[in-house]
Design a protein around this ligand. Structure first.
Ligand code: SAH
Length: 343
């Protein structure tokens, strides 16, 4: 049996059709789940009671907000959600002038092992279902009563390590009968799984691909990102070029600055040389120190130096505005802290 909230409208029409229901019933059910964001079948009052009772045998994914922390600095809200099986994931709501942006998780934990990242410390527990990715957005929209206009798949997990569910999630998110979110307002971030990047390119969504680069060459990259041993930078960057050629969307490169590891000006120059042909954009992020790792963030003047060096060599750069730093803003930190406190 399939998870009902992960099914497309056509699949739902098939399922209900088998039970003798007319196709408009499937439309009503889909709209309750994906537009009106119902948390139970009981709420779906225009469905006949007999049908609602039948539907009870298809569990409806609804995440429960276990804790919500609000940043006093910038209004960022961090949610810790409890999944049906007792696992936890986190999501972040960032109110920007252009709208509400939600950062969602794609897996419970992560298998990629990046040295600076808190999400990967306990390894991957499991993939999230499409419905569980959607429901992070749905619950936040239902709670705030404000439309979510932008989505970034940049929370815990590697989305391209959960590609089939990611694609289903994107289709449901963009669906006219659902939230109907424009794909231009969606960003998917990857540590560089080459086959996944190429597959996603072929889907030709108008989403932005963000590549977690964090180093100018394989030697340095391998010391902080184990995935670099599987996919060398040449292959990763050529997959990014392919992504650009297929979708017309410029790739964003994420670069977290770690003091003494990847922040020397010569590295900026080398990086610029590699990125120039891709016309990409670099997002510099001072690394969020994770207690378990012993990495420190690059100091402000050195961040500026790194930025200038990139710019001098023709690269567009922004320093990412930090949000929610007072509420365990970085990936996996809230979940990690919460797990520590559990018996
Ligand atoms: N697995 C995906 C998406 C999740 S991580 C990826 O690797 O892109 C989202 C972004 O946060 C990535 O760029 C990741 O490298 C970065 N990140 C993880 N931990 C960080 C930390 N402690 N400080 C700064 N950036 C971090």
């Amino acid at each position: 049996m399939w998870d009902i909230k992960s099914m497309s409208l056509t699949e739902l029409q098939g399922l209900l059709g088998e039970q003798g229901e007319p196709s408009y019933r499937a439309k009503q059910l889909f709209s309750w789940m994906h537009q009106r964001l119902a948390a139970s079948y009981e709420e779906m009052t225009n469905l006949p009671r007999s049908l609602r009772e039948k539907l009870e045998s298809y569990p409806l994914t609804v995440l429960q907000a276990e804790t919500v922390q609000t940043s006093m600095k910038d209004g960022t809200k961090k949610y810790l959600f409890r999944l049906g099986d007792g696992c936890y994931v986190e999501s972040v709501l960032m109110p920007y002038s252009y709208g509400n942006s939600v950062c969602i998780s794609s897996q419970v934990g992560c298998a990629m092992g990046c040295r600076f990242c808190a999400s990967t410390i306990g390894g991957k527990e499991r993939d999230l279902l499409p419905s569980e990715m959607l429901d992070q957005i749905y619950r936040i929209q239902a709670e705030t009563k404000e439309r979510v206009s932008h989505v970034v798949v940049m929370g815990s997990g590697e989305p391209l390590d959960n590609l089939e569910n990611l694609i289903r999630f994107l289709d449901l998110l963009g669906s006219e009968e659902g939230l109907h979110l424009g794909m231009r307002n969606v960003t998917v971030s990857t540590c560089g799984l080459v086959p996944g990047i190429r597959l996603l390119a072929e889907k030709k969504y108008a989403i932005t691909l963000a590549l977690s680069l964090h180093a100018p060459d394989d030697e340095i990259r391998k010391t902080i990102m184990p995935v670099a041993k599987r996919y060398p930078l040449d292959e990763v960057l050529s997959a990014c070029a392919y992504y650009f050629s297929q979708t017309g969307r410029r790739v964003t490169f994420e670069y977290s600055l770690i003091a003494g590891v990847n922040d020397a000006p010569w590295m900026a120059k080398k990086l610029a040389g590699r990125l120039k042909p891709l016309q990409g954009h670099v997002n510099l992020i001072p690394v969020n120190p994770v207690a378990e790792r012993g990495y420190h963030r690059t100091q402000k003047p050195n961040i500026e130096l790194f930025k200038k060096e990139l710019e001098k060599n023709g690269i567009n750069v922004t320093i990412r505005r930090e949000m929610g730093s007072d509420i365990d803003g970085a990936c996996g930190q809230l979940r990690a802290r919460y797990r520590e406190k559990q018996p």
